[in-house]
Design a binder for this molecule. Structure first.
Ligand code: SF4
Length: 242
């Protein structure tokens, strides 16, 4: 069985604890307006097709420096649950810490199996208002919330990631509702507020896609602090920025 891989990052410091080996998998069911990696959307456009053993060998080449573990990101790693399961089992058999970065949109029995081998989930919640979520991602919010409920039930450590996009995700009512909701969950160890940036804009052009966020200016520091404050006020730990 081969996985469809977009790329690797050898010294990832943002996608889980410690310095990590990041595997970006190809394919995603969402279409986020701010996506930085629209070139990961279509599974068949993968640069590499590799077995779990081959991917793990790539990790082994750098494991002397990469002390944190392996994170599977994308795209959406859970679009390839059979491959991901094989890779995570291999990691755990070698004592390597595992994390997956996901939107939580794909939630089924296979995914539950994958979670048995996952130490940490980085769950991207794009918006907490259902209508705005759909406008932003072209998909429904509910599967993500069902996914989070399952993570809580299984006591799986979870970091929430929230991309702050002026005009799309900075409405205080929505953030407060999200923060209230998250503050009831015992498994949430951290919230990471990520400022929107324009670094992915060129990729949209290269792919001939219409990029609707051309005019959006990244959030000011003060605005980001305010949004982070909403989470902190509910007792949630917010990741410190470098
Ligand atoms: S979930 Fe991630 S990869 Fe998929 S469209 Fe959204 S930002 Fe892009």
């Amino acid at each position: 069985m081969k996985g469809y891989i977009h790329s690797f990052e050898t010294f990832g410091t943002k996608d889980g604890p410690g310095i990590r080996f990041i595997v970006f998998l190809q394919g995603c069911p969402l279409r986020c307006l701010y996506c930085h990696n629209p070139d990961t959307w279509i599974k068949s456009n993968a640069r590499y097709q590799m077995t779990a053993q081959e991917v793990f060998r790539e990790y082994e080449k750098v494991k002397g420096f990469v002390k944190g573990g392996i994170t599977l990101s994308g795209g959406e790693p859970l679009m390839q649950p059979t491959f991901v399961l094989e890779l995570l089992k291999l990691c755990k058999s070698k004592g390597v810490h595992t994390a997956i970065d996901t939107s939580g949109y794909l939630f089924n029995e296979q995914v539950k199996d994958v979670l048995n081998w996952t130490d940490l989930v980085l769950l991207d919640i794009k918006q907490f208002d259902e209508v705005k979520y759909r406008e932003l991602t072209s998909r429904e919010l509910k599967p993500t919330l069902d996914f989070l409920a399952y993570l809580e039930k299984k006591e799986i450590d979870t970091w929430i990631r929230y991309v702050l996009v002026p005009g799309y995700t900075n409405q205080k009512d929505d953030v407060e509702a999200l923060a209230n909701y998250l503050s009831t969950k015992q498994n949430i160890k951290q919230v990471d507020v990520l400022p929107f940036h324009q670094l992915g804009a060129l990729k949209w052009e290269e792919l001939g896609l219409e990029y609707k966020l051309k005019e959006v200016i990244p959030p000011l520091d003060v605005e980001q602090r305010e949004i982070e404050g909403i989470f902190k006020k509910r007792g949630l730990k917010v990741k410190e920025r470098e």
